[in-house]
Design a protein around this ligand. Structure first.
Ligand code: KG4
Ligand code: ZN
Length: 334
């Protein structure tokens, strides 16, 4: 095998059309992300049919740009990796169909990538971080606590029983009349708030690594409605109190998982791991406990294709190739 393996990654599982070229799973040659946030903003969330159409409109351009930026031709690629689930079926199909066509026309290997595995692999980008470690994947669609035994060996220890963390961030932001997506808005607002002023419940679900955030969500929605007369004044403290409750649950469960697996290495992944408060409490706790921690650069926390190309590389090393009858699987498990 050649020393340098260049993989084109394609990601269209939700509202980002992304293409990237990554060398040997870690070195980013290009990373192009076209976001649909402005299109979905007026609806307060992603509209699946509109997302599929927007992907279709721009995917060629995004892929061409990723090749141009990497200074490579299509023929220079070693393989094409694409997200085939989990995600919105119509959106996934755009990427999967495009990747299959490219693989067929160029006679290249095709690799199917699980979106969650992609998020985990964001920790390898421009880094020498290695398994084993405990990874908490916190995004708009997922909340998973995973023991990453090897590059393609995962043991799910827990997951959310109801809402994903990012979903709750977006919902809480909406009742506080903040912009969409709500995560970054709450992040910003909480920086001016008091983390100890308003206490919200932490659902720890004893003896389980599962999460449940719907109770916290309902509690905050009720709290906001009951305090309408001075809501503008206390908004920042609600944002901070909410972040504290979420942060403590994620932190405690992640450390408990480390104890179970006798593993002193933690990684975060997914859009919510771009959150400055969560990053801070994890870094501080790991420093205190003498654990190693990896959190991807903010651009690699949210959806991108570099993480898909990275995961594809580790699939390629194990000859895990997909056939041209590959399909999109909206509820694909890791
Ligand atoms: O990973 P991602 O881009 O898409 C999914 O796979 O779901 O995650 C998107 C989620 C959204 O809910 C968004 O509000 C949240 O990540 N997010 C944040 C921050 N940046 C994005 N949540 C909290 N703080 C942030 N700074
Ligand atoms: Zn994602």
């Amino acid at each position: 095998m050649r020393e340098e393996i260049n993989i084109l990654g394609i990601e269209t599982s939700c509202d980002e059309t992304a293409a990237a070229i990554v060398q040997n799973g870690r070195k980013i040659l290009s990373n192009v992300v076209s976001t649909q946030i402005d299109i979905h903003k007026k609806f307060g969330g992603v509209v699946p049919e509109i997302a599929s159409r927007a992907h279709l409109k721009i995917i060629s351009q995004v892929i061409d740009e990723s090749l141009e930026k990497a200074n490579l031709k299509k023929d220079d690629l070693d393989a094409i990796a694409v997200t085939n689930g989990p995600g919105l079926v119509g959106a996934l199909l755009v990427g999967v169909s495009y990747a299959k066509t490219l693989a067929f026309v160029l006679n290249k290997k095709l690799i199917a990538v699980n979106h969650i595995s992609g998020h985990i692999c964001a920790n390898y980008l421009e880094s020498d971080f290695e398994p084993p470690f405990i990874c908490c994947v916190i995004s708009g669609g997922h909340t998973n606590l995973i023991y990453v035994k090897g590059y393609d060996e995962f043991e799910t220890l827990g997951q959310t029983r109801d809402d994903a963390v990012g979903e709750v961030y977006d919902k809480v932001a909406r009742v506080l009349k903040l912009n969409y997506p709500g995560g970054p808005e709450i992040d910003k607002l909480a920086q001016t708030g008091n983390y100890n002023k308003i206490k919200f419940p932490q659902a720890l679900l004893d003896n389980s690594f599962d999460f449940s955030f719907s109770g916290l969500k309902s509690h905050i929605i009720n709290f906001v409605y009951k305090n309408q007369e001075n809501i503008d004044e206390i908004k920042k403290d609600i944002a901070a109190g909410f972040q504290f409750a979420v942060g403590q649950v994620i932190l405690k469960k992640t450390f408990a998982a480390c104890e179970l697996k006798s593993c002193k290495k933690i990684a975060l992944a997914g859009g919510v791991s771009a959150n400055s408060y969560l990053r801070k409490i994890f870094i501080e706790a790991c420093e205190e406990e003498n654990y190693k921690i990896s959190i991807p650069k903010k651009d690699f926390c949210t959806d991108n294709a570099a993480m898909i190309a990275s995961s594809g590389y580790f699939g390629l090393l194990k000859d895990k190739f997909a056939d041209l009858d590959l399909n999109a699987v909206p509820n694909l498990k890791i």
